[in-house]
Design a protein around this ligand. Structure first.
Ligand code: PGA
Length: 264
């Protein structure tokens, strides 16, 4: 695992954008796994700026989002469809038919729908680069604690902690969804490269458990220890509880020296 520690959120966002843009330049037909939440917003802003300056063409890229709340239509301001449209897709040039986000409005045959989502990832050639945030409880996507480490895209009941963390977004009177459709941990582990971003002290405990704790379904992100190409890009505050920070810096220097392509 590569652990890249940057000063603050802006530096985390810039570093992540550099890597995502690099993946697009290397393969314009790249398949990207995208995430929502406050963490990737800075990254999306950077990518939009690159696109505006003519330095990022996403016209051949394909995207798959991690998750969506069950029961929310794409027009709902708290839906992840709306988030992606508003914060990213309306300002870059990914063709509509190459954008995939789980449909929160399905009301039957959930298993069939989720199997088809998995199938469409496969049909696109698999995810080349998967972006992730991390929840305070260690979730990635909506893989709440005790999710099977082999899980695939499915309907998932949200944990009380996640519902509490996100309730304030639903102050307009809409009931906070109790379930979501999310790629599974197995789905995420199948992607060829993973980039997990974290910023701020509220993520320090989850980051320490994910990187240095035991692999356990109680901390879904700890499953990334089994992935052969994962890069954590985190700021000083999120890195605060890591015990091996000096070693991660040393690993990074050696990677830059011997296998810089892992950082490009
Ligand atoms: P955040 O959410 O980026 O809004 O902190 C991350 C997550 O819950 O996965």
């Amino acid at each position: 695992m590569l652990v890249v520690i940057r000063k603050d959120y802006e530096e985390v966002s810039r570093e992540a954008a550099r890597i995502v843009a690099g993946a697009v330049h290397q393969n314009p037909e790249v398949v990207l796994g995208l995430a929502t939440g406050s963490t990737p917003l800075g990254l999306y802003k950077e990518l939009i700026a690159l696109h505006r300056n003519g330095n990022l063409d996403l016209s051949a890229a394909t995207t798959f989002n991690l998750d969506e709340y069950l029961g929310l239509a794409p027009s709902h301001p708290q839906s992840f469809h709306y988030f992606m449209e508003h914060n990213f897709f309306s300002q870059v040039n990914v063709p509509r038919d190459q954008i995939h986000i789980p449909d929160g409005t399905i009301s039957s045959d959930y298993e069939g729908y989720c199997a088809r989502y998995e199938q469409s990832i496969k049909a696109a050639g698999g995810i080349e680069l998967q972006l992730l945030g991390i929840g305070r409880n260690g979730h990635v996507g909506f893989n709440e604690p005790t999710s099977s480490l082999a899980s695939r895209t499915r309907l998932k009941a949200l944990s009380r902690e996640t519902i509490e963390d996100n309730r304030h977004f639903f102050s307009d009177g809409t009931e906070m969804p109790k379930c979501a459709i999310t790629m599974g941990i197995g789905t995420i582990l199948d992607s060829r490269r993973v980039l997990l971003l974290a910023s701020g002290s509220s993520k320090a405990a989850a980051i320490a458990k994910a990187i240095e704790g035991p692999i356990t379904s109680s901390v879904s992100a700890s499953a990334l220890q089994m992935h052969p190409d994962v890069t954590f890009i985190i700021d000083e505050e999120a890195a605060y509880s890591l015990t091996q920070r000096d070693y991660y810096r040393h690993v990074l220097e050696m990677t830059q020296l011997f296998t810089p392509e892992r950082l490009s």
